[in-house]
Ligand binder design. Structure first.
Ligand code: PRP
Length: 220
């Protein structure tokens, strides 16, 4: 263990990063420069705790962690599954809860039931492939999209989609339904395997502190 070395965090930009930083603040770890909305800085430092933080797009967080550019990452379980990187998952942070689902019009239920060869649009082709091929043993055609996936069945690109459902309002407003649930999702803390060995004590202390905070929050 090297006390002078910074522990570097890659946080998923947006709500997950904000909730993570709130949690750290409750533990007395704050990062004032990150609160400045006008800043163009990319890396933020907490000198007292020897921590560095940077913000990244969700799918890139496991990449930064696998290559050791970040020791620790905070990212949705969806991205961990999709990217399938060599990282350790050490903590379920309990926020960012949602579900990965197969969705479509009610009429597509029949196609799923009969294991028809259907088209599946998704931002998560690996999760979709694993679900249909390995769990359901159904041959399908996967079509990769980058957003607004609900459009797939609406414009005739696909019969169903595999996508995240949080409140369900996007589906409802577009006449689509959850047809099957793939898995539950939430924010996870992931760690680079080498960092896990080299910085074991610091990482364990941090994870323990976070776990304590999270469980006391749940009881309150
Ligand atoms: C996500 C997801 C759904 C929506 C679900 O999209 O892909 O479209 O949120 O949320 P809801 O159940 O609360 O309606 P996001 O907003 O990230 O944008 P995108 O469609 O461009 O990926």
């Amino acid at each position: 263990m090297n006390e002078d070395r910074y522990l570097t965090f890659a946080l998923t930009k947006g709500r997950l990063a904000n909730q993570t930083l709130e949690l750290f603040e409750e533990m007395g770890i704050s990062c004032e420069e990150m609160k400045d909305k006008s800043t163009r800085k990319l890396i933020f430092v907490n000198e007292d705790w020897k921590l560095k933080f940077f913000l990244a797009k969700g799918p890139d967080v496991p990449t930064y962690v696998e290559y050791g550019a970040a020791d620790i990452g905070v990212v949705g379980w969806d991205e961990v599954l999709e990217e399938n990187r060599n990282v350790y998952e050490v903590l379920d942070l309990g926020f960012g809860k949602c579900r990965m689902c197969v969705c479509g019009p009610e009429s597509a239920r029949e196609l799923l039931l009969h294991h028809e060869r259907i088209r599946v649009a998704s931002k998560y082709p690996n999760i979709a492939k694993d679900y249909f091929y390995n769990k359901k043993h159904q041959t399908v055609d996967i079509i990769k999209l980058n957003g607004s996936v609900e459009l797939g069945p609406l414009v005739g690109l696909s019969e169903v989609i595999v996508d995240i459902v949080e409140t369900g309002s996007t589906l409802k407003e577009n006449g689509l339904e959850v047809l099957e649930e793939v898995c539950a999702l939430s924010a996870r803390m992931i760690v680079n395997p080498v960092s896990m060995q080299m910085e074991q004590a610091r990482i364990q202390e941090l994870v323990l502190g976070l776990r304590k905070k999270l469980s006391s929050g749940r009881q309150a």
